[in-house]
Design a binder for this molecule. Sequence first.
Ligand SMILES: [Zn+2]
Length: 357
Amino acid sequence: MSEPSTAGSEPSSAAVDGPAQTQEAAALVRDEEIWFSDGNVVLEAQGRVFRVYQGLLSRDSEVFRDLFTIPQPSSEETYDGCAVVHLMDHPEELRHLLRVIFDGKRYYHSNHQLDFSIVAALVRLSNKYQVDYVRDIYLSRMTSCFCTDLKTWDAVRSKHGSSVMNFSDKDAIAAVNIVRLTGASSMLPSAMYLCCQLDTELLLQGSPRLDGTLECLSLQDLAACINARSSLVRVAISSSLDVLDPSKPSLQCDNMRCRRTVESMRRRILDGGSPARGLAPSDVLISEVPNIRNAQRLHFTGSDLCQNCGDVLCSAEQCRRNQFWEGLPKHLSVGIAIPADWPHAQNPPSSSYVSSI
Ligand SMILES: [Zn+2]
């Protein structure tokens, strides 16, 4: 990540209220929102200038405090009578951080759902400038989605967000990178799992950020992701076939239509995936429960399941998904210890993901 630079370190820097004014300085754009007329320092980011309070920034950020104490050159650059500090950040992202510091609770109310891009920018910049309370608040928004609990994961994934943050699948790439940046390792299994479901081209090319740069996985994480995809496909098929095994004692049913239905579901998986999994063969967490319940409802069509067989299969399917989730960190081989708050982290499940029904 780029480091901040002080006034005078960039060729575009110049005072606008003195004889040294240049065309470059005149081209600076004053931010309409983050501009306090009695502010005492001007931050410049890619040509946009923000007038803020040095003391407040110094109070919240050791990095800004150090930045402001760096001795200025004799020909100190000013704008509107204030010292100018140049930053390498994207102005939109910097504005988010300044909003929180100077207008915090009023601007981003704790009950408002924010886009992932805003939360990610706030986490990245607050981590860079060591504004710890902002980093912690917005990391907790991230963990409301990239979570350790399967029930929560099912809910946020189906709605593409929690009550405080929305996201799309491609945001998983940035989520993994934020884990690597901040050490918030509890997010890693779900974020890496979602990366494994991304289109290969997107995974390799990266997902665009606000500033147009591409967010890419590190080579190490990319390799882990590619390796995990093939093993996820194997787990998805083998664990589903184990659930849909008509020879299991719990499925010993006198109704031949039940057996035919289970065998038909099993054949669909062997033939290339169930209707539920469709084009996402590595998405082990896609549930067959809706299909099973649907077969239960088709009681008079000749392609159905009795109440007992449907219930047994649904229970086995939920068990299969729970066991897979518990083993997810180990299965992804993401190069970290299992997060302490992961289900059964102190007592890892056996290597088998399949259930006995
Ligand atoms: Zn039956």
